[in-house]
Ligand binder design. Sequence first.
Ligand SMILES: [Zn+2]
Length: 115
Amino acid sequence: MNKTLAHCINQARKLPIKRGRHRVYAAVVNSKGRIIGEGSNCYAKTHPRNAKYSDNKHYIHAEQRAIMRSMRNGEGVKLYIARVLKDGTSALAKPCCVCDMWIKDSSIASVEYTV
Ligand SMILES: [Zn+2]
């Protein structure tokens, strides 16, 4: 397994287990494979861009945090996303349609996620 995806899984396992909350962690790497932005799902804040892409109130997802943070640190080329269940096993972390828009609007060329 790619070391950045393994890192995301480890970070997701550290997130608190709370009802109705996914434990998702994402990281953006540059062309050298170095992490330049990362983050977990946020359940307190929305972002104006999400209002543009979706009718619903949409909290900031791990992918969006990782992308926002990476933009301060250079050009991201690949996004990794991991989701883990209560027991720590990995689960499907395919980006939602709103995150897909963020990815399309960024410099990220490819995405890898847990399945
Ligand atoms: Zn999303």
